[in-house]
Design a protein around this ligand. Structure first.
Ligand SMILES: Cc1cc2nc3c(=O)[nH]c(=O)nc-3n(C[C@H](O)[C@H](O)[C@H](O)COP(=O)(O)OP(=O)(O)OC[C@H]3O[C@@H](n4cnc5c(N)ncnc54)[C@H](O)[C@@H]3O)c2cc1C
Length: 806
């Protein structure tokens, strides 16, 4: 071991080894992996080694495909077998609802260009003869599944990295990690001190402990996980050829061939955490005592589904620990305020994701950019709240137990709630709000006034809340709706250097005092980093408004770019909250509530002012997300409830209704407005998304300008369009493929029923030629292919006069 490296990776599991290899692929050779014991000595050695490309996040699914494709390469480079078996995999549907869900999943998979297909129960049993097809509805077969030898795969990555110049240091625990005054890291290790420019936390089960060495509490926790391996099973031995792996979704088990027997793993409904702060440093390659009674309900379903196992002897029981995060995806990337410390931990499915993590992290370290939309595994998608013990345990238990349970687009899960509530929460609840959770914050989805017993049914189709949402939409179009804006993030930027700094990080022209502007934020690659609004309160004071759940992510970006002096950045997200009131009566209602002149002359479209409300400041901005005349009123949190009460007493007689997220989705689709996470993400560009019209190409330099200009010159390959879908009781929800004459030409980003215009609408990215031609298209919705057409303009008020000209 040398005493200095450019990068030190802590941890020699499959993830650390892959990160090391990918660093060498990017040309870094002054790199070392430091491992406490042997390679694989954490979770990796006793993994079942199964892998698959399917992930609910399409970008992560693409990266998982990359992981699977890398195994033959590292095997060849290292000369170490990874024991790859590309068997394909079956997902079994045991109920009609699950069968419908699988058909929907197949459509999503088409968006990712996978070759998966549906098979009948008999076909599934023919592919894997130990399945009892009784009661099955069918199955989904995905050829991009299989299993490998976890030990071989880890050694292959480490070996290939070594051949490219990296060093692997075994039996050397990292004892502490400390930041030196010059910016380097100093690691105390059992073999002596090492300094390094970058340090990567790939410490798996111990990652929380290693994170705490640098003052970071990662939201990850080990959980127990069981599988068993049988002795030879004659019915398996008799299978001539490949036996696909099988996931019995209703049975909570997965199965794969192990020589002439099988490995049967369980995602039990009653999971257990294990060593929540990480195991002791001396924990070896040991197993946790098995808890057969706890997993027996799921095992007995497994033995019914695979009856040949009932007579099989059990050769080996494995109860090991896997780290879980609140959403089951890994924690990857830089951590705000801890320069050159990189997370590569919280990895539940290391053998599906190791190369994806290695690739993203190596790109990030070398280029300052992961090279793809990796928000789904970005460490900055969580805030500090997620590492709080009770919350973390609740969310990870829920995730584990629901690993194979159907997830519906309209479903809100109960774990860890309520965590954060706005000051008006009780009033909103009393008014019938049904809440969802955004970044731990309770936000109204819709209101069921006067019906405390109402519960929305999880569904792929229009739910029983459809008509309630319709009433909220009608109120906004004909009178007014008040939408709580607690789920907006707000940042104040001030100081002598504020304007110049914003001019560089925002792609729009900086507005004059008193004006509001839509402000795309770009990366150097020309892809989107935000869809903010910027409000200028005075020469040197601005507000940026964005999405609440992106706070950590945006703040990391801003802080990295802040100059050493002259600009102050404050996060006001929980300190200021408000309501967005829109609709033809909104002026009257807001004017009365806050006792101010909001006439068109006093307050034209896209202006903002601080006004007095009950002795406090209220920030009033004239804009709306609904396409109607509207005002966003934001007050210090202590006044939030008073503001709601003032709005309601002013508006009750004029048809004001409280409205939630679902109504906003319907209203914004009628206007073809996109939102972050759907139409706008870091995978898309201003040209694709239509945000180009807010980019001031003719102003001075700003981040991303050259790349965005290049794209503008050649034209984007895909464009965002609004589709009208001939839907039948179900609307698009996102990720559905868009077809033209049997060829996939795009995918849906979000969909909703436009209650006012009476049409099913979807925003979609389609090939630019298709966007220009406007041909007959179709969209898969809940497994059915439905006709669709591109709307040349929004179906509601295409000129925008209702919002602007009143
Ligand atoms: C029973 C079981 C079945 C599984 N089945 C599958 C499956 O089929 N498919 C799949 O994809 N995944 C499976 N997994 C999960 C998979 O094992 C993990 O996702 C993966 O191994 C995580 O790898 P890692 O490199 O992040 O962590 P680990 O394998 O835990 O490696 C971390 C390494 O860091 C080292 N380390 C920690 N602290 C220090 C320090 N201070 N100094 C030096 N070294 C340190 C440790 O010794 C360890 O070797 C399974 C896991 C278990 C337990």
């Amino acid at each position: 071991m040398k005493d200095r490296y450019q990068v030190v990776v802590i941890g020699g599991g499959i993830v650390g080894a892959s990160v090391l290899y990918h660093l060498t692929l990017r040309g870094l050779t002054d790199v070392a992996l430091v491992e406490r014991a042997e390679l694989t000595a954490g979770s990796s050695w006793h993994a079942a080694g199964g892998f698959h490309a399917i992930n609910a996040d399409t970008h992560i699914a693409a990266l998982q495909k990359y992981t699977i494709g890398m195994y033959p390469t590292v095997e060849q480079e290292s000369g170490q077998s990874v024991g790859l078996h590309m068997t394909g995999g079956l997902e079994l549907a045991g109920t009609p609802e699950r069968w419908e869900w699988l058909k929907t999943e197949l459509a999503w998979l088409r968006t990712m260009d996978t070759e998966a297909y549906l098979v009948s129960p008999d076909e599934a049993a023919a592919m894997c003869p130990i399945i009892d097809p009784a009661g099955l509805q069918g199955a989904l077969f995905d050829p991009h599944e299989g299993n490998l030898d976890p030990h071989g795969a880890t050694h292959a990555y480490a070996g290939a990295a070594r051949r490219r110049g990296a060093e692997v240091v075994l039996h050397n625990r990292v004892l502490s990690v400390e930041r030196l005054a010059g910016g380097d890291w100093r690691l105390e290790t059992e073999l002596g001190p090492v300094t390094t420019e970058h340090v990567v936390n790939a410490a798996g089960l111990w990652a929380r402990k290693v994170g705490r060495m640098v003052g970071v509490d990662h939201p990850l926790v080990p959980m127990q996980h069981h599988y068993l391996v049988t002795e030879d099973v004659p019915e398996v031995a008799a299978i001539d050829g490949v036996m696909p792996s099988v996931t019995d979704l209703e049975g909570f088990t997965y199965l794969q061939r192990e020589k002439n027997g099988v490995l049967l793993g369980v995602y039990e409904q009653n999971p257990r955490h294990w060593q929540v702060d990480g195991p002791g440093w001396d924990y070896g390659m040991e197993l946790i005592p098995k808890e057969i009674e706890r997993i027996s309900p799921e095992l007995s379903i497994g033995f019914d589904r695979f009856p040949a196992l009932q007579k099989a002897g059990i050769k080996r029981w494995v109860n090991g620990a896997i780290t879980f995060t609140p959403d089951g995806n890994p924690l990857v990337g830089p951590v705000s305020g801890v320069p050159n410390y990189w997370a590569a931990c919280g990895v539940m499915a290391g053998f599906s994701q190791c190369a994806a993590i290695g690739l993203a992290l190596a790109n990030w370290i070398v280029d300052g950019d992961p090279g793809a939309d990796v928000f789904g595994m970005d460490v900055a998608r969580f805030g500090a709240f997620a590492a709080e013990d009770g919350y973390l345990r609740a969310l990870t238990s829920q995730f584990y137990a629901r690993r194979f349970v159907m997830a519906y687009p309209n479903e809100e899960l109960p774990a860890g709630r309520p965590l954060k509530t706005s000051p008006a929460f009780d009033d909103l609840a009393d008014a019938g709000a049904r809440f969802g959770a955004v970044w731990g914050l309770e936000v109204p989805l819709f209101f069921a006034p006067g019906d405390p017993a109402f519960e929305e049914e999880p569904s792929l189709r229009r739910s029983n809340a459809h008509d309630l949402v319709g009433e909220e939409v009608a109120a906004v179009r004909t009178a007014a709706g008040a939408y709580e804006t607690a789920a907006y993030a707000r940042y104040e930027v001030s100081g002598a250097g504020a304007e110049a700094w914003l001019d560089r990080i925002l792609a729009c022209r900086i507005p004059p005092p008193g004006r509001v502007r839509l402000a795309p934020v770009l990366r150097e690659t020309g892809t989107l980093m935000g869809d903010l609004t910027v409000t200028r309160l005075s020469d040197d004071r601005f507000w940026l408004v964005g999405s609440y759940y992106l706070q950590e992510w945006h703040l990391r970006w801003f802080r990295d770019l802040l100059p050493p002096r002259g600009v102050e950045l404050r996060n006001l997200s929980d300190a200021w909250v408000g309501f967005s009131v829109s609709g033809p009566s909104s002026r009257l209602i807001v004017q009365r509530a806050i006792d101010a002149d909001l006439s068109a002359e006093a307050m034209p479209f896209l202006t903002a002012r601080l006004m007095a409300f009950d002795g406090a400041d209220a920030m009033v901005a004239r804009l709306s997300l609904t396409g109607e005349l509207g005002y966003e009123v934001t007050v210090p949190a202590a006044y939030h409830r008073s503001l709601l009460r003032a709005l309601r007493s002013s508006g009750d007689g004029d048809g004001l209704r409280l409205v939630g997220d679902r109504a906003i989705d319907s209203l914004r689709l009628e206007k073809a407005y996109g939102i972050w996470s759907a139409e706008f993400t870091q995978a898309y560009t201003p040209g694709m998304s239509g945000l180009e019209r807010f980019v001031a190409f003719d102003k001075g330099a700003f981040i991303g300008r050259e790349a965005a200009q290049r794209e503008r010159d050649r034209g984007p390959a895909q464009r965002l369009v609004l589709l009208e879908v001939a839907a039948d009781g179900a609307d698009a929800s996102g990720d559905e493929p868009v077809w033209r004459d049997g060829t996939r030409v795009g995918f849906v980003t979000s969909g909703a029923f436009g209650h006012h215009v009476g049409r099913s609408l979807a925003l979609a990215y389609v090939d630019s030629a298709v966007a220009e031609d406007s041909p007959a298209l179709s969209v898969h919705i809940v497994g059915d292919e439905r006709p669709a057409r591109i709307l040349p303009e929004p179906p509601y008020d295409p000129s925008g006069s209702r919002m602007r000209d009143i």
